[in-house]
Design a protein around this ligand. Structure first.
Ligand code: JHZ
Ligand code: ZN
Length: 401
C-alpha cells in the first residue's frame, strides 16, 4: 500500500489479526460487533508507521466513551508541559490557545490561568457537553481548514494550536496540519503530542495498535509531514505518559528560527534504533507476549484463581483479542469511567464494573490493561487495605508483581 504521508510504497511490520473498534463497548453481550484488520505498515522513505485499514473518523468519534481520567500522573505531565512551553516562550500570558481533540478540557482547564484565552474543538457531542459544563468553551467539530476559518472569524487567530493524542486519529494527517498552517501567524506554534513510535516498538507496546491510532509518529515522519505544509520542528520533549510520548513543537519555516539541539539529537537516536532489525524483534516479542500471557491466564484459571482486568482501555481490547482472552477466563474489567461501567468489552464480552465494586471483593489477580497507570492503580488498590491481590503487567514483557 502507499504511505499516507509521502505517497511511497510501504511494507508490513506486524499483523495482529482482526479486532472491533476499541472504544465500541457494547450495551449488551448479545449486541453484534464488527471486526476489522489491525495491520501495521512502514514507509522506509519517510519513516512513517501507519495502520493499513482505516475506519471512518465520523463513526469512531461521534459519541465517544474515552474521557480523560483524573490521574496524578497526567496532572504532573500537564504541569511539566506547561512550564516547558512557557520557558521556551512557545506560550505566554497573552496567548490564545486552541486545543484540538480537547476531550473534556482537562488540559485547557490547567492552562487557563496562565494564558489570555483558551478554546477547545472536539468532534464528540457528548464530550463537548461535558467540557462546556466544566467551563471550557468547546466547538463541536473536526479540525480542518473549514472549521479553522470559522474559528478565526469568531474568535480570532490563536497563537498556539495544541493537538494532544489526536493527530494520529484520522486517516489523513495532512488535513489537521494544513488547517493549523493556514491559521497560525509566522511566529505562532503548533504543539503536537503523541505516543512515540520509538517507545511503542522498543517497549513491545503492540497493544497501542488499534483503529483510532492510524499513525505511530517519530521525528522523521513528523518532519516529513510538516515539511509538506511549509512547517518544521523547532523542539521536542519526551514524556513517560501513555507508555512513552513525544511532544513536537512546530512552526512555519523561517530562516531565523531557533531550532533546539534536541531535535537533531533525538532524530539521530531514532535512525539508530528504529530499524528493520528492531521491527523484527518487535514482531517476535509480540508473539512471545501472546503465548506467555495466554499460558499464564489459562493456568491461573485452571488453578481456580480469579482475574479481573484493570482499565477498560482501548489498548486493552487489542491485547485481549489478540491474545484470545474472553469472559470465559476473566469475568470483569474495572474502570472508573461512569460511561463505560455496565457495558461489555467488544469481542471478549467482559463486563465493566466500577472500582468501588471491584475493590470491595477483589480478585486474586488484576491484569493491568491500563499498564501506563501501573503505580497509581497499584497504590489505589493497596490503599483499600488489600495487600493480597497481585498484578499482571503485560508489557514490555509479562510480569507478575
Ligand atoms: P488510557 C485512550 O487510550 C484513547 P486508552 C485514545 N485513543 C488515546 O490516544 C489515548 O487514550 C491517549 C481508567 N482508570 O488513558 C480510566 C481507572 O479505572 O490508558 C480509563 O478508562 N482508574 C484517545 O483507552 C483507563 O483506565 C485509574 O486510577 O488505552 C485508562 O485509559 C486510572 C488512572 C484510570 O487510554
Ligand atoms: Zn512515507
Amino acid at each position: 500500500m502507499t504511505c499516507r504521508i509521502c505517497g511511497r510504497q510501504t511494507e508490513t511490520v506486524l499483523d495482529l489479526g482482526e479486532s472491533p473498534p476499541a472504544n465500541s463497548l457494547l450495551a449488551s453481550p448479545a449486541d453484534l460487533s464488527r471486526s476489522f484488520p489491525l495491520v501495521l505498515e512502514y514507509c522506509s522513505t519517510c519513516g512513517n508507521l501507519q495502520l493499513r485499514d482505516c475506519l471512518d473518523a465520523g463513526d469512531l468519534y461521534k459519541n465517544y466513551l474515552y474521557v480523560t481520567p483524573d490521574s496524578r500522573q497526567l496532572h504532573a505531565h500537564y504541569e511539566r508541559l506547561c512550564s516547558w512551553l512557557l520557558a521556551g516562550r512557545y506560550i505566554d500570558s497573552q496567548s490564545f490557545v486552541l486545543e484540538v481533540g480537547s476531550n473534556i478540557g482537562l488540559f485547557l482547564r490547567f492552562l487557563q490561568p496562565q494564558v489570555r484565552k483558551v478554546l477547545g474543538i472536539d468532534p464528540a457531542m457528548n464530550i463537548c457537553q461535558m467540557a462546556a459544563d466544566a467551563g471550557i468553551d468547546t466547538v463541536c467539530d473536526f479540525f480542518n481548514p473549514q472549521s479553522a476559518e470559522l474559528i478565526r472569524n469568531t474568535h480570532g487567530a490563536p497563537n498556539v494550536v495544541v493537538a494532544r493524542h489526536c493527530l494520529a486519529h484520522n486517516r489523513d494527517p495532512h488535513v489537521l496540519v494544513e488547517a493549523a498552517a493556514g491559521l497560525l501567524a509566522r511566529d505562532a506554534h503548533l504543539v503536537i503530542e503523541n505516543a512515540y513510535a520509538l517507545n511503542t516498538v522498543q517497549q513491545n507496546e503492540f497493544d497501542q495498535i488499534y483503529h483510532e491510532h492510524m499513525f505511530y509518529f517519530g521525528i522523521r515522519s513528523m518532519s516529513a509531514l510538516l515539511d509538506r505544509h511549509g512547517m518544521h520542528l523547532v523542539n521536542v520533549l519526551l514524556s513517560p505518559v501513555h507508555g512513552g510520548s513525544i511532544v513536537f513543537v512546530a512552526k512555519l519555516r523561517n530562516a531565523a528560527d531557533n531550532v533546539a539541539r534536541a531535535v537533531a539529537e533525538h532524530a539521530e537516536r531514532e535512525d539508530a534504533l528504529l530499524t528493520s532489525a528492531a521491527f523484527r524483534q518487535f514482531r517476535a516479542n509480540t508473539e512471545s507476549i501472546r503465548s506467555s500471557l495466554r499460558d499464564l491466564v489459562f493456568d491461573l484459571v485452571a488453578r481456580g484463581k480469579t482475574i479481573y482486568t484493570y482499565g477498560a482501555t482501548a489498548k486493552g481490547n487489542t491485547l485481549l483479542n489478540y491474545v484470545g482472552i474472553t469472559r470465559e477466563q476473566i469475568p470483569f474489567c474495572v474502570d472508573s469511567t461512569p460511561g463505560k461501567q455496565g457495558r461489555y468489552l467488544p469481542q471478549s464480552l467482559i463486563r465493566v464494573i466500577s472500582e468501588e465494586e471491584a475493590l470491595a471483593s477483589p480478585p486474586d489477580y488484576f491484569l493491568l490493561t491500563a499498564w501506563n497507570y501501573r503505580e497509581e492503580i497499584i497504590a489505589k488498590v493497596r490503599r483499600t487495605g488489600n495487600d493480597t491481590s497481585r498484578f499482571i503487567v503485560p508489557v514490555p514483557s509479562v510480569q507478575v508483581v
